[in-house]
Design a binder for this molecule. Structure first.
Ligand SMILES: Nc1ncnc2c1ncn2[C@@H]1O[C@H](COP(=O)(O)OP(=O)(O)OP(=O)(O)O)[C@@H](O)[C@H]1O
Length: 312
């Protein structure tokens, strides 16, 4: 069973005052399994918040469908809503409510009976108990974000979605925030987070979808995505003029690059630079220069988010 299932989701924001319409998302399909820690990665403006805000009921989709915990957001909006808690990116607050009041009001909106409310427990969990009765406007950005996290949890939803949760949160508090999110995940909550910090997604998420210009450009288990990082390119410059890849290098993934240069892609699990060098020796050719290029998640991300779907 999926926690979230999105099919052919699109969103067009109507242009105001003669501005062109904005196709913010262009037919997204996503299946987020129950129990996963799922990362939605993408550059600014990719469509992450729009997708999340549709799930949160804050933005109306243009077409397509979305199910939360098996409930269609159109056909069964109430059931869809109680199964998700969203921590939005924007720190929007009613400045005159205290954190305690805010959580109580939210619990009331979700119909959580007084006896089942967890206001104090949640405030403690997000390290805001000492601010329980302070005006929310006096809280720092990081505190506000943690308060929004507590607010998203008042109805104990099985799916927690965090939109750029660590924006404006300092390193120490970021660690605390992740410890708590990890704890919720360990207790069975499905967690979906958007971020443009690759390392954060890599460290926390079991599956990563990369979204760019309103389209999903890849969605795979983090370990699989990271395997691509094991690729390394060795570039060998020979003195002699070459017309083809020399025979000893043919069983590697080697290509001729110009008259003097060969580029060999090696997956570090299958081969190593030493093996390539041994094969180069066997060619009997004279090496002029050797260099290597490492690939990292940043490269993969750039590769996947460049030259794709640039048109609006
Ligand atoms: N209310 C709106 N009206 C018009 N255009 C919008 C609106 N909200 C978002 N957009 C546009 O839709 C596109 C997707 O925006 P969205 O906020 O979903 O991206 P994002 O991936 O979350 O980026 P960021 O990390 O910067 O928030 C952007 O080009 C944005 O300018």
């Amino acid at each position: 069973m999926t926690a979230i299932e999105i099919k052919g989701l699109t969103k067009i924001y109507k242009g105001k005052g003669g501005a062109p319409d904005k196709h913010a998302i262009k037919g997204i399909d996503l299946e987020i399994p129950r129990g996963s820690m799922f990362g939605l990665l993408g550059p600014n403006g990719a469509g992450k918040s729009t997708t999340i805000n549709i799930l949160a009921g804050l933005v109306n989709k243009t077409s397509g469908s979305a199910k939360i915990w098996g409930f269609d957001v159109d056909e069964n909006p109430r059931n869809a809503r109680v199964n998700i808690g969203v921590v939005p990116q924007e720190l929007l607050f009613d400045a005159f409510f205290t954190p305690r009041e805010m959580l109580e009001v939210q619990a009331g909106m979700y119909g959580v009976p007084k006896a089942e409310r967890r206001t104090e427990e949640l405030l403690k969990a997000v390290h805001l108990f000492d601010k329980a009765d302070a005006y929310s406007r006096s809280l720092s950005g990081g505190m506000k974000r943690r308060l929004l996290l507590a607010k998203a949890l008042v109805h104990n939803p099985p799916v927690l979605v965090l939109d750029e949760p660590t924006a404006g949160v300092d390193i120490e508090l970021r660690q605390q925030l992740w410890d708590y999110v990890r704890e919720l995940h360990a207790r069975g909550t499905t967690v979906v987070l958007t971020t443009h910090y690759l390392e954060e997604a890599q460290e926390l998420c079991d599956t990563i979808a990369i979204i760019n210009h309103g389209e999903v450009v890849c969605c795979e288990p983090t370990a699989q995505l990271l395997k691509r990082i094991d690729e390394k390119e060795v570039i060998i410059q020979f003195t002699e003029t070459l017309s083809a890849v020399p025979a000893p290098l043919m069983h590697f993934n080697a290509v001729l690059k110009g008259e003097h240069q060969i580029a060999v892609q090696i997956n570090q699990k299958d081969a190593n630079v030493g093996a390539v060098l041994a094969a180069v020796q066997q060619t009997g050719l004279t090496i002029n220069d050797i260099s290597t290029n490492e690939t990292d998640l940043e490269d993969i991300f750039l590769q996947l988010t460049s030259n794709k779907g640039k048109a609006a």
